[in-house]
Design a protein around this ligand. Structure first.
Ligand code: GLN
Length: 333
């Protein structure tokens, strides 16, 4: 019966663009607040699209979608929630989950690391400073390293495993943004340099080219704010997918993923973000963003203009607004 209600309410939502409400959390208020955040920030004109990947510069900077999926699978969304951007670094969370599933949390801590770098996400100096350690799974070095330690030993198999895992979080087959992929592959010298440096320290599980190629494909997968919120909702619900009802990740692993997001999810803005909201989040340079309120909900946003750290400006403002208006900071009593 409940399932039937969810199917109809989701259908109704997609047809009418009207919000569906959300659970024990006083859904009307949640949706009204998400809508207020959307209206408050949709004309905010600050930040710039990433320009070091040429195809990202061409994305309409006005694109702005907000989606919320609660831990019991209810949905509320506003704006361009059907528009897609490339997932970029938000993907790193899900491939980390895959590595953890394969090798466990100790392997992640020892091989990739869980420490913030205090440096930009594509820093080479950060690797040198740590004698070849990638530091954490969310800087490029750590994400490339994560890919390289997955079980498959060649690029096509690596990519297949990564994509299937992302699809299982999304509950559907995601598409690849071929323009972004081509654009990034054509100009991937820095990531290749990072991978080669890691390899020189003996810190890569495959060849640098295989790891970087699979990693770049992973970053070019298209997602909407809806997809991001659905993917994040698995983490908000202890690894159990609230919509497909599959156990995607062992519940014991979820706190490790969320803690790693707290420490480094929005790069050098992680401290300020956590100070303001108290929740784990992850950004990508395509403008994608997820925030997880454990046990309650996931918020997915897309909006391409970025701050100086590489995080979506509107997404951070909108999510912070929702969290503070609704007192969702887990540290607030
Ligand atoms: N694909 C991008 C890169 O490798 C991802 C960076 C990001 O989203 N922060 O630079």
């Amino acid at each position: 019966m409940l399932r039937l209600f969810l199917i109809f309410s989701t259908l109704f939502l997609s047809l009418s663009k009207m919000p569906v409400f959300a659970g024990q959390l006083d859904g009307d208020r949640l949706c009204a607040t998400a809508q207020a955040a959307y209206l408050k920030y949709r004309n905010l004109d600050s930040g710039e699209n990433a320009n070091y990947i040429k195809a990202l510069q061409a994305v309409d900077p006005k694109t702005f979608g907000i989606s919320i999926v609660t831990a019991d699978g209810r949905i509320c969304e506003f704006g361009d929630y059907n528009a897609a951007v490339s997932i970029q670094s938000v993907s790193k969370v899900f491939t980390l989950a895959l590595l953890m599933r394969e090798k466990g949390p100790n392997f992640v801590e020892e091989t990739i690391g869980v420490q913030p770098t205090g440096m930009p996400f594509n820093s080479v100096l950060a690797i040198e400073n740590q004698q070849g350690s990638p530091s954490n799974p969310y800087v490029n070095a750590g994400a490339i390293s994560t890919v390289s330690w997955l079980t498959p030993q060649n690029e096509p198999e690596l990519w297949k495993a990564i994509k299937e895992n992302m699809d299982s979080f999304a509950g559907k087959k995601l598409a690849v943004n071929t323009d972004v992929l081509q654009s990034e592959m054509e100009d991937n010298k820095r990531n290749l340099g990072i991978a080669t440096l890691l390899d020189s320290y003996g810190k890569l599980g495959t060849t640098p080219l295989d790891a970087v190629t699979a990693y770049t494909k992973q970053c070019s997968v298209n997602v909407t704010s809806h997809d991001l919120a659905v993917m994040g909702s698995v983490l908000a619900n202890d690894g159990l997918h609230p919509i497909t009802h599959k156990q995607i990740l062992k519940s014991d692993y979820v706190p490790h993923i969320l803690s790693s997001m707290v420490m480094s999810g929005v790069y050098d803005n992680s401290g300020s973000w956590f100070y303001e909201t108290g929740v784990p989040a992850k950004s990508g340079v395509g403008g994608g963003f997820i925030a997880i309120i454990p046990g309650k909900m996931s918020i997915g946003v897309i909006s391409p203009p970025l701050d100086q750290f590489g995080n979506s400006v509107r997404a951070q403002r909108a999510v912070s607004y929702i969290i503070n208006q609704l007192n969702l900071n887990p540290y607030a009593n």
